[in-house]
Write a protein that binds this ligand. Structure first.
Ligand SMILES: [Zn+2]
Length: 120
């Protein structure tokens, strides 16, 4: 049975290990592959950010709260993903997922919401 080009599906002739009919098909194929994995990385990060935001919002109904880390993390919170940060006068760094932020203190997170004065 003849093998087909991975990009355009045309029957391949010649060498058994050939995968593409032309170098054009080869580069198009790799371009598309790259683009797909780029998209899926984008979607993965996007998902993490949205989950984080939802949890920060959920646990921060009063505008300021302290929660045990494991409570958030067990619900799918992933502190590696955040959109930006704010540093206060004492050089403490609050990480934000959109308008909801958290400060890491030992086994807890202090939850805050984004304030106008942080925007500078
Ligand atoms: Zn081809």
């Amino acid at each position: 049975m003849a093998k087909a080009c991975l990009y355009c599906n045309k029957d391949l002739e010649g060498r058994v290990d050939k995968k593409f009919c032309t170098s054009y098909c080869k580069s198009s194929y790799h371009y598309q592959k790259n683009k797909e994995s780029e998209d899926s990385l984008f979607q993965k990060i996007d998902r993490h950010l949205k989950t984080n935001r939802r949890l920060l919002k959920e646990y921060n109904k009063a505008g300021l709260a302290t929660v045990r880390k494991e409570k958030l993390i067990n619900n799918g919170f992933n502190p590696t993903y955040f959109t930006h940060y704010w540093k206060n006068k004492e050089d403490k760094v609050y990480l934000f997922c959109y308008e909801y932020g958290f400060l890491d203190i030992k086994d807890k997170y202090v939850l805050v919401t984004w304030q106008k004065y942080m925007d500078r």
